[in-house]
Design a protein around this ligand. Structure first.
Ligand code: KG4
Ligand code: ZN
Length: 400
């Protein structure tokens, strides 16, 4: 089963061809990140316009790379330069279906990908699969081989039941998969996503966008135990209580259900605590404007704050992942989303989780088309319902 995956939910225009959900044949990404840097975050209108310019060349390149035509000179990493094949007519005969992200994401950005995929599904006469972007991130971990050089992939796909730690710029979730498409959302953030917290703290410290890699870099020179920052304490939601009852009914052997643990997260308090700490460090009170704090902080103060913030933000995730492992005893644990690239997260998880987590190539942690194509393959192989190419609509607020 060979699927073309198309991803345009944020600022990356991406397309990839994946075989059988595990073999990556191509992975092409054009990012408009540089256009957003001066604004300190993604500008939706600029992202959407950039998708329109890039989408067709990116898809053409993904087909060409997958099936041996006009390979780029250096395709060790997701390529950003295009070489338009003179005709990709024959290449389409290799494709069994098209998968496209229809949510969650920015409306204008999603529209470009979905309308392109709908049109291609009709004109090339291929089945169309609508893909949930957050779910797709998990499928980075199912890719075990690639005809592209330069990817470090795991030897085996993860086994079910599988605990997915989804940590990105828009999402922070713990999800327990009992099988493909059969999952329970154990917890999610009630305010900021963890990646968003990294981005906002980076802004306070005057570090460049995207904040995650900037904080991680600054933290290398800092003392992660220099400052004490708070972790949010939350009550559990009603859904998880029902799920626990169901799990108990189905699995009487499970004895460690935790009756009073919430798997939800909150990062807005931590972000505010960082701002207060930074204001205090420069001898100012809470009325001092946040955008002026960075210029008064020394490099060492920035590094210590970045390291202390990173340690606590990551610990918050790992604490709950450890509890979820104890409670639901998954056979495998995977991390997904842009923040999965964070080395401190990988270090803490390896140290504390009872199940060795599976890590995929960092290039597949951030947004790309291969995750969409991989999930699309499983939809096609397991005969999930395909989408109507005349009506598939975007869902910017889609959840799992
Ligand atoms: O999954 P992604 O590419 O886009 C979304 O779907 O959100 O994730 C982007 C997020 C950004 O917030 C970025 O700051 C964060 O992932 N990120 C990191 C690292 N690399 C990217 N956060 C922490 N450490 C990193 N090394
Ligand atoms: Zn993403």
């Amino acid at each position: 089963m060979v699927i073309l995956g198309i991803e345009t939910s944020c600022d990356e225009t991406a397309a990839s061809v994946v075989r059988d959900g595990k073999e990556m044949l191509s992975n092409v990404i054009a990012s408009s990140m540089d256009l957003h840097t001066m604004y300190g975050g993604v500008v939706p209108e600029i992202a959407a316009r950039s998708h329109i310019e890039s989408i067709i060349p990116v898809i053409d390149q993904a087909l060409a790379e997958a099936f041996g035509q006009s390979k780029t000179e250096n395709n060790t990493s997701p390529s950003t330069s295009y070489q338009l094949p003179t005709s990709n007519f024959d290449l389409w005969s290799n494709i069994d279906g098209i998968a496209v992200t229809y949510g969650a994401g920015l409306g204008g950005s999603l529209l470009v990908g979905v309308m392109t995929a709908r049109t291609l599904a009709l004109t090339k006469n291929k089945p169309l699969y609508g893909i949930n972007h957050v779910e797709a991130h998990v499928y980075a971990n199912f890719l075990t081989s690639s005809q592209l050089p330069g990817y470090k992939l795991p030897d085996n796909s993860p086994e079910f039941p599988l605990l997915a730690i989804i940590v990105s710029g828009g999402h922070t979730q713990l999800v327990l998969f009992r099988d493909h498409f059969d999952y329970m959302l154990l917890g999610r953030t009630r305010d900021d996503a963890i990646g968003e917290a990294f981005d906002k703290v980076a802004k306070i410290l005057g570090l460049p966008y995207p904040g995650g890699p900037s904080i991680a870099r600054a933290a290398l020179d800092g003392d992660a135990h220099k400052f004490k920052l708070p972790k949010a304490k939350l009550d559990q939601g009603a859904e998880i209580l029902d799920f626990r009852r169901k799990i108990l009914d189905e699995n009487p052997q499970i004895t460690n259900l935790k009756s009073n643990v919430s798997y939800d997260f909150s990062f807005s308090g931590l972000k505010t605590a960082v701002l207060r700490l930074a204001q205090e460090q420069i001898g100012e009170d809470f009325t001092f404007p946040s955008f002026k704090v960075a210029e008064k902080l020394s490099e060492l103060q920035k590094a210590d704050i970045a390291a202390s913030f990173q340690r606590i933000a990551i610990e918050t995730i790992v604490d709950k992942a450890v509890l979820a492992c104890e409670e639901f005893q998954p056979k495998s644990v995977v991390i997904a989303g842009g923040v999965a690239a964070n080395q401190e997260l990988r270090r803490q998880l390896s140290e504390r989780l009872p199940v060795a987590p599976s890590y995929t190539d960092i290039k597949l942690c951030t947004d790309n088309g291969a995750i969409v194509a991989a999930l699309g393959c499983f939809k096609a192989m397991l005969k999930a319902e395909s989408a109507d190419p005349y009506t598939l609509a975007i869902q910017p607020n889609l959840t799992m």
